[in-house]
Write a protein that binds this ligand. Sequence first.
Ligand code: SF4
Ligand code: ZN
Length: 316
Amino acid sequence: MKRCLWCKQKAVIYMREHRLALCKDCYPKWFLRMTERTIKEWRMIEPSDKVLVAVSGGKDSLGLWFALTQLGYDADGLYLDLGISPGEYSERSKEFALQLSQRIQRPLHIVKVADEMGKPVPDLAFASNREPCSACGAVKRYLFNKFAVENGYTVIATGHNLDDEAATLLGNVLRWQIGYLARQAPVLPERVLGVGGEQGRLVKRIKPFIRFTEKQVALFTILNRIPYIEQECPFAVGAASLFYKDLLNKIEERSPGTKWVFYSQFVEQIQPLLDEKFPEPELRPCTRCGMPTTAEVCSVCRIKERANKLVAEVKP
Ligand code: SF4
Ligand code: ZN
């Protein structure tokens, strides 16, 4: 049995990639230290920033919200009620988010997708003719940004971990999705439109957990006794990202540390080159809603319009 390298108690985790064994008391301290180091290294949060955490009720986002408040950041939560009902998924995940909000005494804002968009995520995904996760992702990014702009938040923090990012990277590399690769970074800086007023702003987005694997985040959340929704979103079943995560775990098993090298070397060496060579097309305000987009009408307004059209066609 391994002993904690810091205090010699019984270890609860051995991280082969760091050659580090830690106990239940030292591991959360190490985890917070690493989070702070990532934030500082990437200049994710400045002292004047107002942080909005995208809270889903899962281990990553709740762990992130808890970690940020432990580190002394003023971070509020925003829970998007996606209206996913199989197994009462949305209702149950909201309960976990509310529990943490009470424990850390920080406000949790709740926005219902159906109130904003006229329909819940499953209906929007069906009407949009896109994969559910693609439509859902677009709607979530849009609503988080809109809420942040309207309420004076300057940073949106999401709980993406190393497994998420490495799987996304693998998927983008396999298809050589240059546009996505050029924009896959731990920090996406704020972008302001010359025209379009306040709505014409993309708030800075940060991923402070990119240094941790899914298991490491889960252990931090569990050791801090934060209950979270363990059930996967029903739409995640069969998603390619889960298959890529499995593959990367097998590679990691054979060669510890590969996942981090794959992701970090891309972010340090390749992404800046791609970003320079393939700059994002100029943003302009959506002619329907005023939010920044590269097209005349933004993708979310198009999803919304298709969903309404479908309802109008179905009605006698
Ligand atoms: Fe949305 Fe897909 Fe995530 Fe479910 S798994 S919450 S549909 S992005
Ligand atoms: Zn729009």
